[in-house]
Write a protein that binds this ligand. Structure first.
Ligand code: 5GP
Length: 179
């Protein structure tokens, strides 16, 4: 376990989960994917920016044929009836008939994932599942079937291992939580 509290934009974050604990969770997810997707050549869609470290470590543990592509979810305000709209950016591959696995760093309310899954489903893939490193079950506001979950955490704001606080903190190997 990392010892020192860190400071980002003058806000303090205390050590929470070690790199070893995170990597163990990543390995467990990879083992499930290796088992479930053998012979299916899945297309992994890593959601930037936060999932880059998770995606990298996960890929190193996959022993099946698989491809990866990186996408972004852009949010903008629609009309008052439509509320916030989320659009997928950067998806170049044809996904029709493919087995898709969305890679997320963290699922909080689930708003992002719900919108993303609806848009991906509309492109008629063979299947779509989600693999998230972290999930905050207390915060979920949508009925989402997140098949692959690394670690469930309480309602804390966390940084490190790819996750940021206003741009900073992605470079830390361990996970920290706001204090
Ligand atoms: P949701 O749409 O599920 O509420 O939120 C998803 C996004 O919010 C995540 O992809 C992430 O960018 C951000 N997010 C939610 N909780 C945290 C957190 O604890 N730490 C960080 N760094 N980002 C978070």
């Amino acid at each position: 376990m990392p010892q020192a509290t860190i400071s980002l934009h003058n806000k303090a974050f205390a050590p929470y989960l070690s790199e070893a604990q995170l990597i163990a969770a990543v390995r467990a997810v990879a083992q499930q994917l290796n088992r479930d997707y053998a012979g299916k050549k899945p297309l992994l869609l890593a959601v930037l920016n936060g999932s880059f470290m998770f995606a990298s470590d996960l890929m190193k543990e996959l022993t099946i044929d698989c491809e990866i592509s990186f996408i972004r979810v852009a949010s903008y305000q629609g009309t008052s009836s439509t509320g916030e709209i989320k659009e997928i950016l950067g998806l170049q591959e044809a996904v029709e008939g493919r087995h898709l696995v969305v890679l997320e760093d963290i699922v909080d309310t689930g708003h992002t994932m719900k919108a993303l899954l609806a848009q991906l489903q509309a492109k008629q893939p063979a299947s779509v599942e989600v693999a998230t490193l972290l999930i905050k079950p207390e915060c979920l506001q949508h009925q989402l079937d997140i098949k692959y979950q690394g670690l469930a955490i309480p309602n804390d704001f966390v940084v490190g291992y790819g996750l940021d606080y206003d741009g900073l903190g992605r470079n830390y190997r361990d996970l920290y939580r706001a204090v």
